[in-house]
Design a protein around this ligand. Structure first.
Ligand SMILES: *[C@@H]1O[C@H](CO)[C@@H](O)[C@H](O)[C@H]1NC(C)=O
Ligand SMILES: *[C@@H]1O[C@H](CO)[C@@H](O)[C@H](O)[C@H]1NC(C)=O
Ligand SMILES: *[C@@H]1O[C@H](CO)[C@@H](O)[C@H](O)[C@H]1NC(C)=O
Length: 238
């Protein structure tokens, strides 16, 4: 019996230790219903905790797991540089309970994307993933990853990402266009038209695998050093 207990506590100890190293992700999965039930609809966002990153290069975000089933997220000023810090808060920290369904319309993660129908309410299911984020199925995904992409579909670890449910239509004012994001036989595609719906281009295959980029985020955690590693963008269908 004693042996069993000792083995058990060793396993528990090992579990605790490995959990300690497991990366935590906060995911904001979009829904049309205020109970976050049904099929995800709209644009979802997520990223690693304790890491400063930007979805749109106009403000930075720091996500935190604050224990007791709570997370927080804080926007910071973005100075338009290559290595950004989360130093000067641009709006107050929002704290939420994990698994809650929260109104999304006041939270702007990516200011480039304007909804086509602004009155439409969207809600986020707030989730925390251990080791990997909650990415909805059948979605168009843009992820920014850390790692060296050494083949076999290994994109390295996700740092932050955006997801689009199938056939999400957006107004993207800086391009003066409306785009639809969709997945066709597992290939991420966009269809882009002028603001007034005219002049549509042929659908474009947007698949990207390990396209290396200069990072515009800065890790505040000690387990990732941003100087000597590679970062990539991947666009795919989940
Ligand atoms: C990231 O931020 C730290 C300060 O927290 C700074 O010392 C370091 O140079 C930054 N890294 C990069 C790649 O800019
Ligand atoms: C700051 O937060 C409030 C409340 O969440 C929101 O209504 C407002 O739009 C935010 N301001 C900016 C500049 O993001
Ligand atoms: C997504 O939409 C496209 C057309 O817009 C359709 O052909 C495709 O089957 C849809 N994919 C899924 C997974 O529903």
């Amino acid at each position: 019996m004693k042996q069993v207990i000792t083995t058990l506590s060793l396993i528990l100890l090992l579990l605790n230790i490995s959990n300690g190293y497991e990366k935590l992700y906060i995911s904001f999965t979009p829904y049309e219903s205020s109970d976050c039930l049904g099929i995800p609809s709209g644009i979802g966002y997520g990223g690693l905790i304790d890491t400063c990153f930007s979805f749109d290069n106009s403000r930075n975000w720091l996500f935190k797991y604050i224990g007791e089933d709570h997370i927080s997220f804080t926007p910071y000023e973005n100075k338009g540089g290559v290595s950004e810090l989360c130093e000067i808060e641009s709006n107050s920290t929002q704290t939420e309970v994990i698994n809650d369904c929260i109104p999304a319309n006041d939270i702007t993660f990516n200011s480039f994307y304007q909804p086509l129908y602004p009155k439409f309410e969207i809600y986020y299911h707030v989730q925390v993933g251990k080791g990997k984020p909650f990415i909805p199925e059948d979605s168009y995904v843009i992820s920014h990853n850390y790692g060296n992409c050494d083949g076999d579909g290994d994109y390295g670890d996700i740092i932050f990402y955006e997801t689009f449910s199938n056939q999400t239509q957006l107004n993207i004012p800086i391009f003066g266009s409306i785009s639809e994001f969709y997945c066709l036989d597992g290939i991420p595609m966009t269809m882009t038209c002028k603001n007034d719906g005219s002049n549509c281009f042929n659908p474009q295959n947007q698949a990207l695998v390990c396209d290396f980029v200069t990072p515009f985020f800065n890790t505040t955690g000690s387990d990732m050093s941003s100087s000597d590693s590679l970062f990539s963008i991947n666009t795919y269908c989940s």
